[in-house]
Design a protein around this ligand. Structure first.
Ligand code: SF4
Length: 276
């Protein structure tokens, strides 16, 4: 296990280290460095918690980079609960990167309906075509729609590379605790951030890191208000795309032009059709 180094361990972390010693001794199989009780012990407390409280998510049962990429792209801007059934349907329909590469863009756009931010679906399709043709690139960020976090998630959860993917949840827990977690802690931090160290009102009372966390008990204001979807241009685009997907001709010219710019629809002789 690799952890970041902190010159002087904050006093409060000693409590966590002490509390973790017992956990580490009983969890020797999961943490081979039980006698080296240092910063790894903080990670050990988190990982012990994770072994008891991990969310059961289907993309955690595979190391297939394609399946993990699908889950990460879907999760970029959509909640886990909404992604779950769609992820399973997607993999049933397109179980391999080659199968997805062979699909038409129109099929992808139809299948993505309801997940929002439809460009993600098209980018995933383009990425699948590149991987099916050339294999997985060394630098995954060269794939369409794959940013630093998504690339690191595939590297860590599929290829087993020692990298900590930093999504919003991971960053939040790291910032609040002031601790640099090791790469083995990615999924544990995601679950802690999603279920305990919540953005506005963290549940410090049940947090395994509470004894030492300098942010324990704090409340947070929302950083920004979510812009209203109702009545937004995004909503109009979604409605226009749904109509085109079933063969309709919506009369919202601005929405259609915007969809065409994103490559989601094609406008031919004044008629809209899904991109193909
Ligand atoms: S003690 Fe509270 S603020 Fe600190 S990591 Fe736990 S839930 Fe987050």
């Amino acid at each position: 296990m690799t952890t970041g180094s902190i010159g002087v361990m904050p006093e409060a972390w000693h409590q966590v280290v002490a509390a973790s010693t017992a956990i580490l001794r009983t969890g020797a199989a999961a943490c081979p460095q039980t006698r080296d009780v240092g910063l790894e012990a903080v990670d050990g407390v988190l990982l012990a918690w994770f072994r008891r409280h991990a969310r059961e998510l289907p993309w955690r049962r595979t190391r297939d980079p394609y399946a993990i990429l699908v889950s990460e792209v879907m999760l970029q801007q959509t909640q886990v609960e909404r992604v779950l059934p769609r992820y399973l349907e997607w993999l049933e329909r397109w179980p391999t990167v080659e199968a997805l590469a062979a699909a038409s863009p129109a099929d992808i756009i139809r299948a993505w309906q309801g997940l929002g931010y439809n460009r993600r679906g098209l980018n995933l399709h383009r990425a699948a075509r590149i991987v099916a043709r050339d294999g997985w690139p060394d630098d995954l960020t060269r794939l369409p729609g794959v940013g630093r976090y998504t690339a690191d998630a595939v590297r860590a959860f599929s290829f087993g590379e020692p990298v900590l993917p930093e999504d919003t949840n991971v960053r939040r827990v790291s910032e609040r605790t002031g601790h640099r977690f090791g790469p083995d802690c990615g999924q544990a931090l995601m679950d802690l951030g999603a279920t305990v160290c919540l953005a506005r009102i963290p549940r410090c009372g049940i947090c395994p890191l509470a004894a030492a966390c300098p942010s324990r008990g704090q409340r947070y204001e929302p950083l920004r208000k979510q812009s209203r979807f109702e009545g937004s241009f995004r909503q109009r685009r979604g409605e226009a795309l749904r109509a085109v997907a079933v063969g309709g001709q919506p009369d919202d010219a601005d929405a259609l032009a915007s969809l065409a710019r994103d490559g989601l629809v094609e406008l031919r002789s004044g008629l809209a059709a899904l991109a193909d």
